[in-house]
Write a protein that binds this ligand. Structure first.
Ligand code: ZN
Ligand code: ZN
Length: 264
């Protein structure tokens, strides 16, 4: 599988990299095999039209704005271009309900599951159930409930040979690590870490990890053989989170960057 990182931060901000050059932190959006988005924080600002045309499925981990904001503009770009096979927008039933009620409600944005006409509407909404695998264009995704401030899942995504885990937004949790631990094909784990250690109260209240709580989750996962890609850092706290992550001294830990392509 090929995972292209369109955005991997917990918000958007222009920062400077280690050489003092500007860097654009974008909200989370991972493109798998060119056809399936895992979260939709970044889509349209990162892909040309021919790349957007190839997207067949969008998996939403939860309804928070930084994970769904690419969907309305993708829909807008795709009007008249889906040729009777609309893009599947997948989420927990409560997530599908929230996105339809609060975004595609005819007031914030048109209902692109019905408009401009039912025949050429660019989107269709597909609820999924916890731990029930869904088949998508050569890959299988298993949504697994995680512990966030709103209903949320992470995903185990696999084909015949490889698998990776995507934590979504989560504080300390259990089930997804159990499934990851058992998965023999597991080649990578993408795990959120949103706040520095000294903001642990903020992390706890908002349902996120710090480097310190991440350490405990990695023990539960129990797969030191697998590279762990850290994402969803809040851009305002980048330096402090990186310092805390380095202090963990874990050789399999990597920080994700926008534009990275990971081949599994
Ligand atoms: Zn988020
Ligand atoms: Zn969230």
């Amino acid at each position: 599988m090929i995972v292209r990182i369109l955005g991997c931060h917990g918000s958007e901000l222009i920062t400077t990299d280690s050489r003092g050059r500007p860097h654009e932190c974008k909200a989370c959006g991972f493109l798998v095999n060119g056809t399936c988005m895992v979260d939709a924080g970044s889509i349209t600002g990162s892909l040309v039209q021919s790349e957007q045309d190839k997207i067949r499925n969008v998996l939403l981990s939860h309804a928070h704005f930084d994970h769904i904001k690419g969907v309305p503009l993708l829909a807008d770009n795709m009007v008249g271009r889906t040729h009777g096979t609309p893009i599947n927008i997948w989420g927990l039933p409560e997530v599908v309900h929230l996105v339809r009620q609060h975004i595609f409600n005819g007031e914030i944005y048109p209902d692109f599951a019905r408009l401009p006409t039912v025949e050429i509407a660019p989107l269709t909404f597909q609820p999924f159930l916890d731990e029930k695998p869904i088949q998508l264009d050569g890959i299988e995704a298993v949504p697994v409930r995680v512990n966030h401030s709103v209903p949320a899942v992470g995903f185990l995504i696999r084909d015949e040979k490889t698998a990776f885990l995507y934590s979504g937004d989560t504080a300390e949790t259990r089930r997804i690590w159990e499934l990851g631990k058992e998965e023999r094909r597991l080649k990578a784990a993408f795990i959120e870490t949103s706040f520095p250690n000294d903001l642990k109260d903020v992390a706890k209240a908002s349902g996120h990890l710090t480097p310190e709580t991440l350490r405990g989750e990695l023990v539960k996962l129990g797969r030191p053989d697998v590279p762990v890609y850290i994402y969803h850092l809040k851009p305002s706290y980048l330096k402090r989170i990186k310092t805390d992550l380095n202090a963990l001294r874990l050789p399999n830990l990597h920080l994700l960057e926008e534009g990275q392509v990971i081949t599994l």
